[in-house]
Ligand binder design. Structure first.
Ligand code: FES
Ligand code: FE2
Length: 411
C-alpha cells in the first residue's frame, strides 16, 4: 500500500488546500451525492420555509402546494441576488427585492415587473417603452430546483438530478440503523444549537467515525459512564465506506480496569444536578444505547441515550465549517420525556459537557495541519485495512471514508 495515498495516512494538505476544497464542493457536495437539508417537522404547513445550505450554496426548503417539499436555490434568476435573508418564515411566494421578480413555492417564475414594457402617451399616441424581448419565456427563468427526497421525516436534496435514490445512497447496511431512530413516527422540533468551528469539514465526519477518542478526550463521558473503551460495540459501514454507524451499549460507569491510567477519569467528580443523567431506556432502542451515524458528506444522526438530533455540517472554505444541531423528539413523547431529551441535549452543542471538547480539538487539529502541509496523519489503530468490527479500538471508519474520498476525488 502506498503510504501517501493510503487511507491510513492522510496528508495534512487534504484539510488545508483551497484547490482540493474547491474540487470537493464540485465532486462531493454538488454531484453524485445527497446532502441533508432538514427535517419535515421544520416546515409543517404550506409556505413554511427554512434557508439552509448545500455545500456553500444557500438553498430554501419549503412546504409546497402539493404538500411535498421543494428545495430551491436562493439565487435570483435575474441578476443573482440571494433574495431570501430570513432563516425561517412563512410565505405565499418569493419576491426578489432588487427588481421584484416573483417565484412560486416550487421555484417557477410567475411574474416580473415591466415584462411588456411601460405604456406612455405621446401626444395622444400610446407607445410601449422597453420590456423583455418578445421571445422571453417565463419557464426558462425559474430558480434552480434541487432533486428532493424525504425519508421518515428527514429531508435530503441534490443539485444532481441523476443521483441514485436516497435509499440506495444510504445503502442496505446503514439503512436499518437509520430506520431504528427514524421509524416513521412523526418528529417534533425541540430546538437548535449552532456553532462555527475553525476546522476542515471532514474533521467533523472523522470525529464521529472515531471511537478511539470518546473514552479518552471526554472527561464527562468517562467519569459518568456514558462511554468506555470496553463497552459492547460495533462499527458498520456501507459498501462504499462513505457512511458509518458507531453502535454501542453504555456500561454503568465508575472505575474499572479500562479507566486505570485514563487521565480524564475523575473519581471525585460529581454532578450537582444529576437529572442530566436521568436515562430511561426506550423500547425502540432494542439494545444499543448509542448510535452515531455519519451520512457522508453532510450530516450526523445522533442517538445518545435519550437525546436525538441531527448535526448538519456546512463547509465554509477549507478551514471552517458551521455546525447546526437540530434537537428533536417524537410525537408520542410524554411531557416528561421531552424535558428529559432537552436536559440531555446539554451534553451536546457548542457548550455541551461533551461536545465542547470536540469543537476544540478540531480547531487544534486544523492549527497543527497548517503548520506542516507536507506531513500526514496516522489512522492505523486496528490495522491498515478497512472493514466492520465488533469493537471500538479501531480507526477503520476513518480509513474507510478516506478510501472513498480518494476514489471520488481521483487522488
Ligand atoms: Fe432579482 Fe433583479 S436580481 S429581480
Ligand atoms: Fe467526541
Amino acid at each position: 500500500m502506498n503510504t501517501t495515498a493510503s487511507p491510513s495516512r492522510v496528508p495534512y494538505s487534504t484539510y488545508t488546500d483551497p484547490e482540493i476544497y474547491r474540487e470537493e464542493l464540485e465532486k462531493i457536495f454538488y454531484r453524485d451525492h445527497w446532502c441533508y437539508v432538514g427535517l419535515e417537522a421544520e416546515v409543517p404547513n404550506l409556505g413554511d420555509f427554512k434557508t439552509t445550505f448545500v455545500g456553500e450554496r444557500s438553498v430554501i426548503m419549503v412546504r409546497n402546494k402539493t404538500g411535498g417539499i421543494s428545495v430551491i436555490e436562493n439565487h435570483c434568476a435575474h441578476r443573482g441576488v440571494r433574495f431570501c435573508q430570513k432563516s425561517h418564515g412563512q410565505t405565499k411566494d418569493f419576491v426578489c427585492p432588487y427588481h421584484q421578480w416573483n417565484y412560486d413555492l416550487e421555484g417557477n417564475l410567475i411574474g416580473l415587473p415591466f415584462r411588456r414594457g411601460v405604456k406612455v402617451n405621446e401626444g395622444g399616441t400610446i407607445k410601449i417603452q422597453g420590456g423583455q424581448p418578445a421571445d422571453f419565456k417565463m419557464e426558462d427563468h425559474g430558480l434552480t430546483k434541487l432533486r428532493v427526497e424525504t425519508y421518515n421525516g428527514l429531508v435530503f436534496a441534490s443539485f444532481d438530478h441523476s443521483v441514485e435514490s436516497l435509499q440506495d445512497y444510504i445503502g442496505p447496511k446503514v439503512l436499518p440503523w437509520v430506520n431504528r431512530v427514524f421509524d416513521g413516527r412523526k418528529l417534533t422540533l425541540l430546538g437548535y444549537s449552532r456553532q462555527r468551528i475553525p476546522g476542515n469539514w471532514k474533521l467533523m465526519q472523522e470525529n464521529i467515525k472515531d471511537p478511539y477518542h470518546p473514552g479518552l478526550l471526554h472527561t464527562w463521558f468517562v467519569t459518568f459512564g456514558l462511554w468506555r473503551a470496553d463497552q459492547k460495540s460495533q462499527m458498520v459501514m456501507d459498501e462504499h465506506y462513505r457512511h458509518a454507524v458507531m453502535i454501542s451499549r453504555r456500561n454503568e460507569g465508575g472505575a474499572g480496569s479500562v479507566t486505570q491510567g485514563v487521565t480524564s477519569f475523575k473519581a471525585d467528580m460529581h454532578l450537582q444536578d444529576d437529572r442530566v443523567l436521568d436515562v430511561v431506556p426506550e423500547a425502540w432502542w432494542k439494545g444499543p444505547s448509542v448510535t452515531m451515524m455519519t451520512l457522508f458528506p453532510s450530516v450526523i444522526l445522533q442517538q445518545q441515550v435519550n437525546s436525538v438530533s441531527t448535526r448538519h455540517i456546512v463547509p465554509r472554505g477549507p478551514n471552517e465549517f458551521d455546525f447546526v444541531w437540530t434537537h428533536f423528539g417524537f410525537e408520542d413523547d410524554s411531557e416528561e420525556m421531552t424535558r428529559r431529551r432537552l436536559r440531555q441535549a446539554n451534553l451536546f452543542g457548542p457548550a455541551g459537557y461533551v461536545s465542547a471538547d470536540d469543537g476544540e480539538v478540531i480547531e487544534m487539529s486544523q492549527q497543527g495541519f497548517t503548520q506542516h502541509p507536507d506531513y500526514q496523519t496516522i489512522a492505523e489503530l486496528g490495522g491498515r485495512e478497512v472493514g466492520d468490527t465488533d469493537h471500538m479500538v479501531t480507526e477503520t471508519l476513518i480509513r474507510g471514508m478516506h478510501a472513498y474520498w480518494g476514489k471520488v476525488m481521483g487522488r
